[in-house]
Design a binder for this molecule. Structure first.
Ligand SMILES: C[S@@+](CC[C@H](N)C(=O)[O-])C[C@H]1O[C@@H](n2cnc3c(N)ncnc32)[C@H](O)[C@@H]1O
Length: 255
């Protein structure tokens, strides 16, 4: 909090991060493909306007924007917003605008949207209540919030815990911080409670990236793992076995 009594949130800055290289230089085809499958599923009947929060260089914009009337793709990092503008242009998406915006200040864009999308950003959110409150304010009545979070109660972490080699505390309700930076993993109950508290109900969940393991990828290959993931995302969702969870929530209360 600063001297004016205003809460100042810390931001994980991608200013010096080559985020495109994260997807290009490493073997992350499987993660990219299954996230697209999940996002396509959850946005299949998307209509009206959409706000993308922490959209980076616009990796996923082509998965939902063609169904929207207008899209505002936002991110905190200036060079990623520039990259997103170029990508949007090269994809010929003339209904997408890109703008620099902090997720704790969504209100400042001065308009409301029918939908919001946010993937791989929650792990940089240390004040979940403040963020969800901003999303509530940025959405119109009955607005839909589709997002992803890093699930700490996943099968691999539970296995590590049972072998007394935990990275994080998978059963603890409070978020676990990885390392010293703003990098959090969440318990599914915590996310559910924070959503309710900020006026949302969960309509659908998907378990995504169930096979995120480099040995499994080497052994079975992307095609088979994607096929399995696609068919297990829905039936296993309630068990939360995956390191990544996608949620479709609806705003039921104006804050
Ligand atoms: C892991 S990247 C995900 C990008 C994109 N959603 C994707 O899936 O490819 C995380 C993004 O969150 C953005 N970010 C982190 N903190 C933010 C904040 N406070 N406000 C807005 N964006 C933020 C970063 O700049 C970065 O682009």
């Amino acid at each position: 909090m600063n001297i004016m009594g205003v809460v100042k949130h810390e931001v994980f800055d991608y200013d010096r991060v080559d985020y495109k290289a994260f997807w290009q230089n490493f073997d992350r085809d499987y993660e990219d493909a299954v996230e697209r499958i999940a996002l396509r599923r959850l946005t299949a009947d998307m209509q009206g306007s959409c706000l993308e929060i922490g959209g980076g260089f616009g990796r996923l914009v082509n998965e939902y924007a063609p169904r929207c009337t207008e899209v505002l793709l936002t991110d905190y990092t200036a060079h990623l917003v520039e990259a997103a503008k170029q990508r949007v242009q090269s994809l010929g998406l003339d209904n997408v605008e890109c703008q620099r915006l902090n997720l704790y200040e969504l209100e400042s864009c001065g308009r409301q949207f029918d939908n919001a999308v946010c993937v791989r950003v929650m792990h940089h959110v240390e004040d979940v209540s403040a963020f969800f409150q901003q999303v509530n304010l940025a959405l119109s009545a009955d607005g839909v919030f589709i997002f992803e979070y890093a699930n700490k109660k996943n099968l691999l972490e539970i296995g590590r815990y049972l072998l007394h080699r935990p990275n994080i505390a998978p059963f603890e309700y409070q978020p676990s911080q990885r390392g010293s930076g703003i990098f959090y993993n969440f318990h599914p109950d915590y996310i559910k409670d924070k959503l309710l508290e900020q006026g949302f109900v969960i309509e659908q969940e998907l378990a995504v990236s169930i096979f995120r393991n480099r040995w499994l990828k080497k052994l079975f290959g992307k095609r088979l793992l994607c096929w399995l993931d696609k068919h297990l995302q829905k039936p296993l969702a309630a068990l939360h076995p995956s390191p990544s969870v996608f949620i479709r929530a609806r705003k039921i209360k104006q804050l």
